[in-house]
Design a protein. Structure first.
Length: 362
């Protein structure tokens, strides 16, 4: 490649100009090195790219000059696909895939369009189209609709406590995270290092389990927790007494689920003797309304799931340390959904389910 003095100066300006992206400067250096008669393999190593990438930028510079090295606008060179085919892809994505498939992939959609519409599109086009419109057939979520006949009343009750608690009252979100396993790896962890992630063995030794009882103060975000070997009505009542003790003399509202251990005769008798404490049960099948579940997700991801525990005692110590760390900078979670918004979303889901059932019946 023979370059004029003006071309060389222009390329050098790109490599040193602070306003030019580093990627563009790197492409300019590739052209300059090639003009110096350096081998392409050496250029690839110096630039930290592959040999085909060197060929790409040399070809673009040869065809378009400096313009060939600049960033191209998104969508440049995109396939020209008729609107009818685009609509067909979107409609098919929202319907059942061919027999034998659980979900669509971009390549299966390409085959489907070629077979039904006699048109060829690339799987890159299909994937880009899905991203643009927010379709994600490769992913799957879950949902559950409560069959509790008092669903609306319970939603209004609990959301009211979250958004507008009684003045001076304490709201505690209480639940148990059961059967937390003390898992120990068969070999020591390999620590994180530059260019290397932390690594652990796939096999493990199970040393036992513990049950974490937790009470989240909705107003402050602080958590009171205790680990116990079993979960039953007696253990729950013992924990509850300790959880409400710091708030003696105040009106206390406890949000909890419908587990049988939360309504034993002993618990009911204790409530009768402590009228300042009142229970607010979440709707059946709606534990997501219990705010402490969010905190359980955090401790699982940040402390338990990747932990290595040589005994249940070590596991309990880790949990206690996490609670201490959490409370040092605790902030309350912010509940934003109103009861009306929740009920409207549930009603819409029920309507969609009915439509789906009716369509399948037809």
């Amino acid at each position: 490649m023979e370059l004029t003095a003006a071309q060389l100066e222009e390329l050098r300006d790109l490599t040193y100009c602070p306003d030019v992206p580093a990627t563009v400067g790197g492409r300019a250096r590739i052209v300059l090195w090639y003009a110096e008669k350096r081998p392409k393999v050496e250029i690839a190593a110096m630039a930290g790219v592959s040999r085909p990438t060197v060929d790409v930028w040399l070809a673009r510079y040869a065809a378009d000059g400096i313009a060939g090295l600049l960033e191209r606008k998104r969508g440049a060179g995109r396939e020209q696909v008729p609107g009818r085919i685009r609509a067909r892809i979107l409609a098919a994505t929202r319907s059942a895939p061919p027999e034998g498939l659980s979900h669509w992939s971009s390549r299966e959609m390409v085959k489907f369009i070629a077979r039904t519409e006699k048109v060829t599109v690339s799987h890159h086009y299909v994937a880009t189209l899905w991203r643009e419109v927010g379709l994600k057939p490769q992913r799957q979520g879950t949902f559950k609709l409560s069959r509790d006949p008092e669903f609306a009343d319970k939603v209004g009750d609990i959301v009211g406590l979250y958004l507008d608690p009684p003045g001076g009252a304490v709201v505690l979100s209480v639940d148990e995270k059961t059967q937390i396993q003390a898992l120990d790896r068969t070999q020591p962890l390999l620590p994180i290092d530059f260019g290397m992630t932390e690594k652990r063995t796939h096999d493990y030794v199970r040393h036992g389990t513990t049950n974490l009882f937790a009470a989240l103060n909705v107003g402050t975000g602080e958590v009171f927790g205790d680990c116990r070997p079993t979960r039953d009505g007696a253990q729950f009542l013992a924990f509850l007494k300790r959880a409400v003790k710091p708030h003696a003399g105040k009106e206390i509202h406890v949000v909890l689920d419908n587990l049988s251990t939360h309504a034993t005769p002993e618990v009911q008798a204790w409530l009768a003797d402590n009228p300042c404490v009142s229970f607010h049960f979440t709707p059946k099948g709606s534990s997501w309304m219990n705010m402490v579940e969010t905190w359980f997700g955090l401790i699982t991801r940040q402390s338990i799931r990747r932990g290595t525990f040589t005994s249940v005692k070590v596991l309990i110590t880790r949990i206690r340390d996490y609670i201490t760390h959490w409370n040092a900078t605790a902030k309350p979670f912010e509940w934003t959904a109103t009861a009306d918004e929740i009920l409207a979303k549930v009603a819409l889901t029920q309507t969609n389910i009915r439509k789906l059932v009716d369509n399948n019946a037809k």
